[in-house]
Write a protein that binds this ligand. Structure first.
Ligand code: ADP
Ligand code: NI
Length: 215
C-alpha cells in the first residue's frame, strides 16, 4: 500500500537524521512517539496518516538539534514534498510539529485532535521508566549534575526561562516531568501518564532516601 511505503520512508529518514544522537532524542524516541501516538489516536476520530507522519517527524526541526531549519520546518517540509504528500497535509503536519514542544508556561494546546495525540505521545515518552533514563541522558550530555541539593527547582517558568535555566536532572522532574500528567489532552494518555508518574515519584523517593543515607 502507498501509505505503508510513505511511513516506511519516514522511518528510514528519521533513522538517518538521528543516528548519532545520544541526548535522548534518538531514533527510538521518535519511533516510540509514533507507536504511542497511534495507540492514543485509535481512541479518537483522527486522521491516522497525519498522526503517524507528524509523530515520526516531530523532532527533525527541533530548536536544539536543527536551529537553522526550526522556524520553517524545512526538513519536514522537504521530506514530505519529495514523497508527494499534498500541501494540505504538509501544512497540517508542520502546524502540529510547531505545537508539540514543551516550553514551560508558554506551552500550547494543539488545535487539532491529531496534534493532541502527538503531543501526548511525545510527553508520555518523557515520563516513566524511559523518561527517567532520558532525563539523566539529556542532563549528562548537557553537562548537568545528576543532583545538587544546593540548586533548588524553579517552578512556573516561561518558555524562555525554561530554555535558559541551568539546573540538575533531579530538578527536571519538578520543573517539567511532574507537570505533564495533568496536562495530557486525551483521556487514554492521562491514564498512562498517571501510572508513569506514580512510578517516577516512587523512584525519586528511593533516590533521595539513598542520598540521605536512609536506605
Ligand atoms: P521533546 O521535545 O522530545 O520532549 P526535549 O528536548 O524537551 O524533548 O527533551 C528531551 C528529553 O530530555 C526529555 O525526556 C526531557 O524530559 C529531557 N530533558 C529536557 N530538558 C532537560 C533538563 N534540563 N534536564 C534533564 N532532562 C531534560
Ligand atoms: Ni520528542
Amino acid at each position: 500500500m502507498e501509505e505503508d511505503a510513505l511511513i516506511a520512508a519516514a522511518q528510514a529518514y528519521i533513522r538517518e537524521v538521528f543516528q548519532n544522537d545520544y541526548s535522548g532524542h534518538d531514533y527510538f524516541h521518535s519511533l516510540r512517539v509514533f507507536k504511542t501516538a497511534e495507540r492514543i489516536a485509535q481512541q479518537e476520530a483522527a486522521d491516522r496518516t497525519v498522526v503517524q507522519l507528524a509523530a515520526l517527524l516531530h523532532d527533525v526541526d527541533d530548536r536544539k538539534l536543527s536551529p537553522q531549519t526550526h522556524a520553517h520546518k524545512d526538513r519536514a517540509t522537504a521530506f514530505l514534498r519529495a514523497q508527494g504528500v499534498c500541501v494540505r497535509r504538509i501544512e497540517a503536519i508542520c502546524t502540529i510539529i510547531g505545537e508539540v514542544s514543551y516550553s514551560g508556561t508558554d506551552s500550547v494546546v494543539p488545535e487539532t485532535i491529531e496534534g493532541k495525540c502527538v503531543q501526548d505521545a511525545d510527553r508520555l515518552d518523557a515520563i516513566g521508566a524511559i523518561g527517567i533514563a532520558r532525563a539523566f541522558a539529556y542532563g549528562g550530555s548537557h553537562g548537568r549534575a545528576i543532583h545538587d541539593p544546593e540548586i533548588k527547582p524553579r517552578l512556573q517558568m516561561s518558555g524562555e526561562q525554561y530554555q535558559r535555566h541551568i539546573s540538575s536532572s533531579v530538578n527536571h522532574f519538578y520543573e517539567k516531568l511532574f507537570n505533564l500528567a495533568e496536562r495530557m489532552n486525551t483521556r487514554s494518555a492521562r491514564q498512562i501518564a498517571e501510572h508513569r508518574e506514580q512510578f517516577m515519584r516512587e523512584y525519586l523517593r528511593e533516590f533521595l532516601d539513598e542520598w540521605e543515607g536512609l536506605l
